[in-house]
Every structure is written in C-alpha cells, then in structure tokens.
Write a protein that binds this ligand. Structure first.
Ligand code: PLP
Length: 394
C-alpha cells in the first residue's frame, strides 16, 4: 500500500476511526503496525472472551479449517450439532437456530415470535422494545432499537414497533394494553445504551404480562451473555426466563456466529422454508462456539469472572471518590461502565494513546469489557492508565 494512501478513503464512512491498523494480538494485548502495544479492555466489543490467539481456539480453528469449512444448510455438519447440544444443555432452550451475527439473531427472533402470534390472530404482530436499547442494524432489529438517531433517514420502517422507557413498569403496562403484541424484546443489561441493568421487578412484570397475553418474551443477551456477568447467561441471575434468547458477539470466539435459543412452543410455529441462512451453522464458527461454551461454562471460570469483576468494580468505585466528574459505576461481572456527568469528549481516544483500549457507550459512559481471562494484575494496570488519563483534566 502506498504510504500516502489515506486508508479512510477505502471505506464507506460508517465508522469513525483512526490510527495504525492492528496486526497481531496475544492474550490481553493487541499490537499495531508501528509496534505499539495496547492493553485490551474492549475485546473487539465484548467478542474476544478468551483474549487474542488463545492456543486452544487457534488449534481448533486450524484443525476444523483443514477438515471442512462449509457445507450449507442442505446438510448437517458435526460442529453445529456439538454446538447446538451444548447451547441446549446449558440453557432453558430446547431448540436452536444458527446465524452469523447479532442483528440476524434478533431478526430471526422477531420473525419466530410473529409467526407464532399470527396463528392466534393476524392483528397480533406488535413488538415492544425499550428506550436506550440496541438490537442491531438490519430493518427489524434497527426498528426495535429505540434510538431515533439510528432510524433517521432510513424510513419507512417496518410497522408495529413501539417503545417504552426502560425499567418503567407503569408505562410498559399502559402501552402493552393498547395493541395486540407478538413480542417484547429487552436486553436484561443494556450495553450500548450505557450499561443499564434491568430491575428484577421490571423483568418479572414483562414475564407475567407476556404469559397472560401469549406474547413471546425475547432476551437479547448478545452482549451480556456467554459468561460476561459471572453466570453463563445473565437471565440466571434475575430468576426470569425468556421464551427466546439471542446470542452473538463472544459466542463464536471471534468468528461471525449468532444463535437464537427458544422453547419447543416457539419452534413449533416454524416450518422448513420459513427462515434460513447460507452460512448459519458454519462448521468452523460452530467448532469455536462449542469450544467457547466448554471453557466458559466451567464453574471455576465463571467464579473467576465474578471475583475479578467485583475487584474491577471496587477499583472503579475508588476512582469515583476521587473524581466528581464521575456520576456512577454500573453493571455486573466484567460488563462495567463508568458514567460521567458530561460528554466523554476525547477520553476513549486519550486512553488509547496511553495504551488502553476501552469502548464508549452513549455519550457519557465508558465501558470496561476486558477478555474474561483478565487477571488482577491486568486490572491494576488498566485502572492505573485510566487514572493517569483522568488526572490530566477529567
Ligand atoms: C452488538 C449487539 C447487537 C448487534 O450485533 P451485530 O453482530 O453487530 O449485528 C445486538 N444486540 C446487542 C445487545 C448488541 O450488543
């Protein structure tokens, strides 16, 4: 590549990014083309649960790639059976649909819920979601994402989507009474929206309302699931079980993989030809998915996520006592956010320049999403860098 080429000119400008491209990763660290190292507390947005170049994942990937890369869904393949068996063994679900990303998982979940509801009434198609949610960028998922900045310029949007304030039982109840709903979709911890944890009473209300009105309750655990909060799925901590759960991000060990987990009742509404995906259930991605589940579902592994998450949270709470600009420390396990009173400005870029990768959430929250293999020493290092950056004027 000509060194004068502005790499930004190659791409449709959907992302704001800059800096030297990353060329290598190992464990908790990423390295750019200039040889600079970064402590990774972003994990490719909660994807790299086992850090970079995890030896077991690399071995599985190489072995599977040499054996079989693609078959299509005209046939079964062995890794997708292993992966589906593990998802079912470790969750409420009895059936699985496999796809390639989070937005596709939500798209399928909404279609499955509508298909089931259509058998009750052709008017039963409405979908409720919540303010500050994020469900993806394709049409149904984007429409379920209750943020006008994500809809702007893309209309007309699919019909029947309604929005209610998060954690507000009263307003949700009023809205639910207005239409015949097929689905309620909610992130039990909103991640992109600023690390907002759902109240258990709120989830209980949605569960009870859904039960009494034959509505499918969908939990989007794309970011909060797969061990990040210290249990394999976050719903386990709430005592509320959904009818459908969507997964993606960490579940493929870094390869594109999404999954919809559901009850037999939901699956019974679907027939061959109703939905599909050429790549969904790809053998290489599913081999990594099965491996991720074997490692992350181990009680010792999850216990360590809890312990280290609590340690990071206590360290961030110490910083809060030093910086009045910090409003709150939020989240569970290793899905944590530092919310500021004002817009973050260049905080995330300043941390990157200082060698620490973090992720923004909304305008005023910065997310700490380290690989789940993070050590106490890594946490101390990250908090020291963050403290240093804050001390320069935040
Ligand atoms: C990232 C995310 C999505 C979208 O996933 P993609 O793989 O980017 O399509 C949906 N829901 C939640 C909660 C997410 O964090």
């Amino acid at each position: 590549m000509n060194s004068n080429t502005n790499i930004d000119n190659l791409f449709v400008p959907t992302y704001k990014r800059s800096g030297s491209p990353f060329v290598r990763g190992e464990g908790m660290y990423l390295y750019d083309a200039d040889g600079k190292s970064y402590l990774d507390f972003c994990s490719g947005i909660a994807v790299n649960a086992l850090g970079h170049a995890h030896p077991q994942l690399v071995e599985t990937l190489q072995k599977q790639a040499a054996e079989l890369i693609h078959t299509s869904n005209l046939y079964f393949n062995k890794p997708q059976i292993d992966f589906a068996e593990r998802l079912i063994k470790h969750s409420f679900a009895s059936k699985v649909f496999l796809c390639n990303s989070g937005t596709e998982a939500n798209e399928a979940a909404i279609k499955f819920a509508r298909k089931k509801a259509a058998k009750i009434s052709t008017d039963k198609y409405h979908v409720l979601s919540f303010s500050e949610s994020f469900h993806g960028r394709t049409y149904a998922s984007m429409t379920a994402t209750a943020q006008s900045k994500i809809h702007s310029g893309f209309g007309p949007l699919p019909a029947g989507f309604h929005y209610s304030p998060f954690n507000d039982v009263k307003t949700a109840g009023e809205l639910l009474a207005l239409h015949d709903f097929a689905a309620i979709i909610v992130e039990p911890i909103q991640a992109e929206g600023g690390i907002n944890v759902a109240d258990v009473e709120f989830l209980q209300f949605l569960r009870e309302y859904a039960n009494s009105h034959s509505i499918s309750l969908i939990f989007d655990e794309i970011q909060c699931g797969t061990g990040r909060t210290g249990t394999l799925w976050y719903y386990e901590q709430t005592g509320v079980t959904p009818d459908i759960m969507t997964l993606a991000k960490p579940i493929g060990g870094g390869l594109p993989l999404g999954a919809v987990l559901c009850t037999d009742e939901i699956a019974a509404g679907i027939s061959p030809g109703d939905h599909g995906s050429t790549f969904g259930g790809n053998p290489v991605a599913c081999a990594l998915g099965a491996q991720i589940l074997d490692i992350v579902s181990e009680p010792v592994f999850l216990k360590r996520v809890q312990t280290n998450g609590n340690y990071l949270k206590s360290k961030l709470n110490e910083l809060k006592t030093k910086y009045p600009s910090i409003r709150s420390i939020r989240g569970e396990g290793l899905l944590l956010g530092v919310r500021f009173k004002e817009d973050l400005g260049t905080l995330v870029d300043d941390c990157k320049a200082a060698g620490l990768l973090l992720a923004r959430a909304n305008l005023n929250t910065v997310r700490f999403l380290p690989p789940l293999i993070v050590s106490l020493e890594d946490i101390d290092n990250a908090v020291n860098i963050f403290h240093n950056v804050l001390s320069k004027g935040y």
